[in-house]
Design a protein. Structure first.
Length: 184
């Protein structure tokens, strides 16, 4: 069976309560599971203003779901959402395969980085006592860490980035903060 990536967006009647919203999401999840699909992400935007009134409503409850489905499942979801009175509008859109692949790679890279950071966090507690007490040193360390993090993010995306080298004299040339200025 061929599976493809889809995004389902729908707007619910603003008068639906949490229980009704949950039941609609459960029904969508059940249809997807029964047809061998997978829900990747559910993004509930919440209550937002509509650009024009729909059935005399000015607001709607927005929900977006990223899924991996078969084309037959799309027809079943469409039929189910058309019948539901709580759903004001819905749209099922096939997602671009290249964009989806990029998102998956980025998510895997973030998860790997988070795992590496968690592994480094345990020894970092011992080095926290040796953290710089001078605010200028702390700022320089934070700036260096931000530059290295940006370079790692760019490298994960495949972009070439030149990491600037900051020397001791450049750090020393940074003006002092108001807290560091001595009062006479």
């Amino acid at each position: 069976m061929v599976t493809r990536d889809y995004e389902l967006g729908f707007i619910l009647n603003p008068e639906v309560n949490e229980e009704q919203t949950r039941s609609i999401l459960d029904r969508v999840e059940q249809i997807v599971a029964n047809h061998g699909g997978q829900i990747v992400k559910v993004n509930q935007w919440g209550r937002r203003r509509l650009s024009y009134p729909i059935e005399h409503h000015r607001d709607g409850y927005y929900v977006f779901i990223d899924m991996i489905l078969t084309p037959e499942t799309v027809a079943e979801l469409d039929r189910s959402l058309k019948v539901s009175e709580e759903v004001l509008r819905h749209l099922m859109k096939r997602r671009d395969a290249k964009a989806v692949q990029k998102e998956r790679e980025a998510r895997e890279a973030r998860e790997a980085a988070a795992a590496a950071a968690a592994a480094e966090a345990t020894p970092a507690t011992a080095t926290a006592a040796t953290a710089p007490t001078n605010p200028a040193d702390a700022v320089a360390a934070a700036a260096e860490e931000a530059v290295l993090e940006a370079a790692a993010d760019a490298a994960a995306e495949g972009d070439a980035v030149a990491v600037p080298a900051v020397g001791e004299e450049e750090v020393a040339a940074v003006p002092t903060t108001i807290d560091e200025v001595e009062t006479v």
